[in-house]
Write a protein that binds this ligand. Structure first.
Ligand SMILES: [Zn+2]
Length: 90
């Protein structure tokens, strides 16, 4: 079974404060995440191995956005998001 068989996916937007190294200003940005919540149970076709993997699996979030456009109108540079993790365990 694939990992996506273990989880329910939901898109989420969270506000984070991101620092721009070009203009040295921090501002709040809406960052997109995908929340993967473990399903209640596995379908009957799951193997022994799938069940072991499913048991060990945890809910987590994956960050969708990697880059932003600086919201400072005098800057507008590209910001690479390095201050946030790509995957967050819940
Ligand atoms: Zn900036």
């Amino acid at each position: 079974m694939e990992e996506r068989d273990f989880f329910t996916e939901k898109n989420e937007t969270k506000q984070h404060t991101i620092y721009c190294s070009s203009c040295k200003q921090s501002a709040p940005y809406q960052i997109r995440w995908i929340r993967r919540t473990k399903k209640q149970s596995l379908p009957p076709r799951a193997t022994e191995d799938d069940r072991a993997r499913f048991k060990a699996a945890r809910d987590y979030m994956v960050r969708v956005d990697d880059v932003l456009r600086c919201s400072n109108p005098r800057c507008g540079k590209r910001i690479e998001i390095t201050s946030l993790q790509t995957v967050v365990l819940l």
